[in-house]
Design a protein around this ligand. Sequence first.
Ligand SMILES: *Cc1c(COP(=O)(O)O)cnc(C)c1O
Length: 399
Amino acid sequence: MDLPFYDRINDTLRNIEADGLLKSERVLAGPQQAMVSVRSHDVLNLCANNYLGLAADPRVIAASVAAANRWGAGLASVRFICGTQEIHKTLEAAAAEYLGFEDSILFAAAFDANGAVFEPLLGAEDAIVSDSLNHASLIDGIRLSKARRYRFSNNDMADLDRVLAQARTEGARTILIVTDGVFSMDGTIANLGAIADLADRHGALTLVDDCHATGLLGPGGRGSLAYRGVEGRIDILTGTFGKALSGSMGGFVAARRSVIDLLRQRARPYLFSNALAPAICGAALAAIDIARGPDGDALRQRLERNTSRFRAGLQALGFELLPGEHPIVPVMLFDAHKAKHMADELLSLGIYVTSFSFPVVPHGLARIRTQMSAHFADDQIDHAINAFAQAGRTLEIIQ
Ligand SMILES: *Cc1c(COP(=O)(O)O)cnc(C)c1O
């Protein structure tokens, strides 16, 4: 028995709590939708990535159930041994076709896709140039590769230019620029036009993680590439089915066929992990179908309207918001304790939000990250604005 080990664990937990950084789980008594039941209270949910409201959509659920009935609960095998069914191939083809790439490969999560993609493609002679606010899974995936690592300031194109020149000067063979399409804590949409131009100028490749954009941003919901008008100019895309595209789970990498072919040979989370469950593939296929069609257009229009209404309401009350067009609307509280109190107060008023503090966001930049969804009604948004007003006055954040 190594008792000092358990003492250290308990000390760390106590410190996390004392710093106001403890994250706790609230149990939902039902599916993920606009109104969720938390501790027997019905509350409006402003913190899901359920942008199109498809997580409990009857068409998506029916497709998921039908896939389980047709293909079984799961594969009990990795893909290359005996774990590939038609539905996996269909989903890979559908994701690639929807997003304008030659092929795609599925993973258990986008976290795995990002963990898988770098190591097989780049070696010690190569360089990865990564945005400073990139998602944790990109950071971890990059660490697993032998490529040299460079970092540029968040969405700062002058800095990216400088770092690309530095990587070239230091002899990099291939340079891969890596960025989130949307930075999830701020809702900033990456400046992909300038990134694609800089990639051309420096002869670099580009990878975009579009988890917070696929299905909801740009024409057809094709994501930040479509939104920024750079479709066909980005080399590799990673994405998730755990957000707008059904909210279930599963991730993918989309790219040229040769890149995907090599990932099937070498990507470790693909070679050593179970195939995606058929129910998940069914849900994702139905969600892609909805997202790319006229229903998707209507949902995106609704999402945009809801976002403008909510932003305008909070701004009029005097809250400090990070600017932007994405349905992520961060309300800045700066102090971790204050953000947590605000979230608790809002929950008691029927609004479910989560406060974000270190290490998810930098020290001193604690916030309540709210997220709009296409399935909110106007009166629900107005109710949320009124609750923010009341909680903000109680905690003396606004006047
Ligand atoms: C959510 C998210 C992920 C992880 O997606 P999962 O499929 O849930 O693992 C990766 N990258 C970004 C940018 C994300 O927002």
